[in-house]
Design a protein around this ligand. Structure first.
Ligand code: GRF
Length: 190
């Protein structure tokens, strides 16, 4: 089986990375996790990559004078590894329109809300603060405008009385770990 070479970009814990690694272990899964890139040297996701025997690079944004130079370094690492699809999984950097254009139709992101509701970096907190009765998560194609590209899959998650940001985030994460591998599978088969 000719598997789609996929890179996962992270900045932190990497629980979605883990879900993708686990799904990709199945013989009939159409994508292979071929590369992990973190912009942070202390991201736990790097340990997950190492444990799974996946090549991992640290490309620190601090070492580049401009956003553009950082994105060009990312792009170079991806093309050098012959990557077909990029998955953003808790990657906390805004990407330039140039970079997004290079990966148009081939880059996914996961966001912890039912987009277009609660865009931005505090989606779980914002859903709680709004008094919503449900929220969820979304896997979408990345376009230059943040958290706005075409939706591939969504899952609904109830907001329960007494929820804190932590309890709600945990409930959302369970659904993220289910739909991200599904969405990558769908894009890989296109
Ligand atoms: C997830 O909630 C995802 O929706 C958001 O960042 C978080 C990453 O979590 N984009 P993890 O690093 O995959 O555990």
């Amino acid at each position: 089986m000719n598997k789609i070479k996929t890179a996962i970009l992270i900045s932190g814990n990497g629980s979605n990375l883990q879900a993708l690694i686990d799904a990709a272990a199945a013989a009939d899964y159409p994508a292979q996790i071929a590369l992990v890139i973190s912009n942070k040297a202390d991201a736990y996701g790097l340990t997950r990559a190492k444990n799974a025997g996946i090549p991992a690079h640290i490309i620190s944004h601090k070492e580049y004078a401009t956003r553009d130079a950082f994105d060009r370094a990312l792009h170079a690492a991806l093309t050098q590894a012959h990557i077909d699809i990029v998955c953003l999984a808790g990657f906390m950097r805004l990407l330039t329109p140039w970079f997004v254009e290079q990966w148009s139709g081939r880059m996914l992101n996961i966001h912890p809300s039912l987009l277009p509701a609660f865009k931005g970096a505090h989606a779980v907190r914002d859903a709680l603060a709004a008094g919503a009765s449900e929220t969820g998560c979304t896997v979408h194609l990345v376009t230059p405008e943040v958290d706005s590209g075409p939706v591939i899959l969504q899952a609904h998650v109830p907001i329960l009385p007494g929820d804190t940001e932590e309890t709600l985030a945990e409930r959302i994460h369970k659904e993220e770990h289910r739909i991200y591998p599904e969405a990558l599978k769908l894009l890989s088969k296109r």
